[in-house]
Design a protein around this ligand. Structure first.
Ligand code: AMP
Length: 282
């Protein structure tokens, strides 16, 4: 596995791969890798001869300086996991390499980002769109792989690709969970033992909410029940619970036949912010 740290190095690498007729897959990450990330690398490897994983804790997508500072960084352990999963090149740039000058461009994804993560983390999707655009230009992949764990991010990135005519395909892969249902996340490393023990409640709340959606319980009631359940666990502070159209991400007041529903929640647990979601077919 090649290790690349400069934009020029990545561009040269991918140019050579394209000229050799190889298909290039890109897996953007912020590191502290787990099976959710490795699944993306494996999916890329199944479709592409070149798989580039990027590890970059992107400062512009953090709206909370403390969250950025405490974000887990384990570069040696990450590198050791990538090659066996099928990664052919690791791109691990510095902040100065990615941002040689402050960016001024602003993205506005309209209604897509006025809800959930966009509403609760101002500037977050601007930072995501900036870094993802840069990575797409540097790596010029045929396909880029993202996790459905970040459902809204997938929607935003698909909009970015469509609006800016990036010549690539976005592949969305399912959420990988621990045995007890907790969605894998780099931030899980920051949970202490009591918080980790309480954490599967997020998944249980989503499962119960999904069952209610299938029974036709009105969205407002599903939302209220989920928030009440989380509030009963003292370690949790609920930030939002959304019952939304899975495509438009807009909150629902009732269900439309044939339209999938996405249940998204964000909560704080022992100082760590966690998100999760579940899709209910229409
Ligand atoms: P991150 O390093 O958290 O920015 O995530 C990098 C990519 O991995 C994103 O596309 C995430 O959606 C995806 N990802 C993170 N956790 C999971 C998971 N548990 N299952 C599937 N994909 C995930």
């Amino acid at each position: 596995m090649q290790i690349l740290t400069t934009a020029a190095g990545l561009q040269a690498y991918t140019e050579q791969a394209r000229q050799a007729g190889h298909r290039v897959g890109l897996v953007p990450t912020m590191g502290a890798l787990h099976a959710g990330h490795l699944q993306l690398v494996q999916a890329a490897r199944a479709d592409c001869n070149e798989v580039i994983a990027s590890i970059f804790v992107n400062p512009t997508q953090f709206n909370n300086a403390e969250d950025f500072r405490l974000y887990p960084r384990v570069p040696e352990a990450d590198a050791a996991l990538l090659a066996p999963a099928g990664c052919t090149a690791l791109f691990a740039p510095s902040v100065a390499e990615m941002y040689p000058q402050p960016t001024v461009l602003h993205f506005d994804f309209g209604a897509l980002e006025r809800v959930m993560e966009g509403a609760h983390r101002p500037g977050h999707f601007n930072g995501v769109a900036t870094v993802v655009s840069k990575l797409f230009h540097m790596a010029r992949p045929h396909r880029a792989y993202f996790g459905q764990k970040d459902w809204q991010q997938v929607a935003v990135v698909k909009q970015l690709v469509a609006d800016l005519s990036f010549d690539l395909e976005i592949v969305a892969c399912p959420t990988i969970r621990e045995a007890d249902g907790l969605a894998m996340s780099s931030r899980n490393r920051r949970l202490d033992a009591p918080a980790r023990a309480a954490a599967p409640l997020l998944y249980q709340v989503l499962q119960a909410a999904a069952a209610q959606v299938r029974q036709g319980v009105p969205p407002a009631q599903v939302q209220a029940t989920a928030e009440a359940t989380l509030t009963r666990e003292p370690l949790f502070t609920s930030e939002y619970m959304a019952v939304a159209d899975a495509q438009t991400l807009q909150p629902l007041t009732n269900y439309a036949p044939g339209r999938a529903v996405v249940l998204c929640l964000a909560a704080h647990l022992g100082g760590v912010r966690l998100i999760d979601n579940m899709v209910v077919a229409g």
